[in-house]
Ligand binder design. Structure first.
Ligand code: ARG
Length: 463
């Protein structure tokens, strides 16, 4: 007879209960209780299937199904007493079910194991988060589209190396982020489609001798099909790693955009004004309005990428099939998911609420010799200089303007001709910022007509 203090689920062969330290390192209930709803869905599907194939009686299945709903309402209502001695959410739920319905509860675990159970619960949880990420990304992309539409033709400086490069349009810059987040969205959808195979019924690792119907449970839980190999099904955490990888790339994108908002909202740039709702003040400097949300979003990539790395290291070198190491998967994913969703929502709010300062953007667009390339292109197009020579001539004109402390259009025709005799009055037509952006009509270019075409394409895709 087992010791009274040994585990009521698996203590049959134990003479003593676990040391307190054993219990502390072993228990996951402090965090895996977040999968309670998924655990109960999985168990309800399993019980219904066991009855359908005649492994348990219909009345037992009914008692189990109803009892599990009672457990769920206790957990959701906050009255459920979680126990570390019962290790995890799976055993906490089953033990409470036994208290509520008695003997039939003991039949629920027929033909399954905690190994396929946890894989199923966790997949369901991650799948919900992928769906939430899709919603968050769509909202953010719509906010960016709104900004792009409002300023499709507003000129601003485009940068490389964070040095003024060529004028671009505000709409073009916003749509660049729509492309980025659009790739994140497609990665989310790919990951969801790939992960949607049901581990339930793989049992401990080898499958089961009971005549279970894995298609039935897979369908009941919204999976496309049962996972095809029971060893793989219980040992696979690719779906969690893929979730973290997708989240990491998206968080990296969010951090890049956040960085731009930090720079743009500074007094030196004033490209955008963030709303009061998404800014904070300083407790000592009364004039301050800080872009804290943008800074925090910029930082979130650290923990999300950290979670990805951590789980990679947990999984590295694990032999088939299940090992307890894998219990270390959840906290990483939970933390990354919470912070990813928060970052998406905060970015969406900031983008939706922010005001682009058209005048400041336009003033900056013309500075820094931003139309020098247009001048070089003109020298190629009109007098027919080879591009390398045109580049050289333009460089000399930039140096002249820099020395005089003026912009390219402020140089007179005579000054220009002193550098190259073929330059005519015509050239001044291409030195304007508006002309510059309007001329960039190549597919995907910054011309407002191209930007509006990009906006239309995305609006149709997101409709
Ligand atoms: N709490 C465990 C986990 O998160 C559940 C699976 C336990 N399986 C086992 N054979 N001990 O992975």
């Amino acid at each position: 007879m087992a010791d009274q203090s040994s585990n009521q689920m698996w203590g049959g062969r134990f003479a003593a209960g676990p040391d307190a330290i054993m219990e502390a390192i072993n228990a996951s209930i402090a965090y895996d209780q977040r999968m309670a709803a998924q655990d109960i869905s999985g168990s309800r599907a399993h019980a219904a299937m066991l009855a359908a194939v005649g492994v348990i009686s219909d009345s037992d299945a009914e008692a189990i199904g109803k009892g599990l709903l009672t457990v769920l309402s206790e957990i959701e209502g906050g009255s459920f007493a979680f126990s570390a001695a019962l290790e995890d959410i799976h055993m906490n739920v089953e033990a409470r079910l036994k208290e509520i319905i008695g003997e039939p509860a003991g039949r629920l675990h027929t033909g399954r194991s905690r190994n396929d159970q946890v894989a199923t619960d966790f997949k369901l949880w991650v799948r919900d988060q992928l769906d939430a990420a899709e919603t968050g990304l769509l909202a953010l992309m719509r906010a960016l589209l709104g900004q792009a539409e409002a300023g499709a033709n507003w000129v601003m400086p485009g940068f490389t190396h964070l040095q003024t490069a060529q004028p671009v349009t505000w709409g073009h810059h916003m749509m660049a982020y729509v492309e980025m987040f659009g790739r994140d969205l497609s990665r989310v959808r790919d990951a969801r489609a790939r992960m949607n195979e049901c581990p339930l019924g793989a049992a401990a690792l080898a499958g089961t001798s009971f005549p279970i119907d894995r298609d039935m449970t897979a369908t009941a839980l919204g999976f496309d099909r049962p996972a095809a190999n029971s060893l793989d099904a219980v040992s696979d955490r690719d779906f969690a790693l893929e979730f973290l990888s997708v989240a990491s790339i998206c968080a990296m994108h969010l951090s890049r955009m956040a960085e731009e908002l930090v720079i743009w909202s500074s007094a030196q740039f004033r490209f955008v004004t963030l709303s009061d709702r998404f800014s904070t003040g300083s407790s000592i400097m009364p004039q301050k309005k800080n872009p804290d949300a943008a800074e925090l979003i910029r930082a979130k990539v650290g923990r999300i990428f950290g979670a990805n790395t951590a789980l990679m290291m947990v999984m590295k070198g694990l032999p088939l099939a299940y090992s307890k190491d894998m219990q270390e998967d959840k906290e990483q994913v939970f933390d990354a998911a919470d912070n990813w969703m928060l970052a998406l929502a905060a970015m969406e709010g900031m983008v939706r609420d922010m005001t682009a300062n058209q005048a400041a953007l336009a003033a900056a667009a013309g500075s820094g010799f931003s139309t020098a390339t247009d001048l070089a292109d003109w020298l190629v197009r009109v007098p027919g200089l080879p591009f390398r020579e045109a580049h050289h001539v333009t460089g000399a004109l930039v140096a002249m303007a820099e020395k005089r402390g003026c912009d390219l259009p402020d140089l007179g025709l005579a000054d220009m001709q002193s550098v190259h005799g073929d330059i005519t009055q015509d050239v001044f037509g291409v030195l304007g910022v508006e002309n510059s952006v309007n001329s960039r009509m190549s597919y995907g270019g910054t011309a407002p007509a191209q930007v509006r075409a990009q906006i239309m394409r995305w609006k149709e895709r997101l409709a």
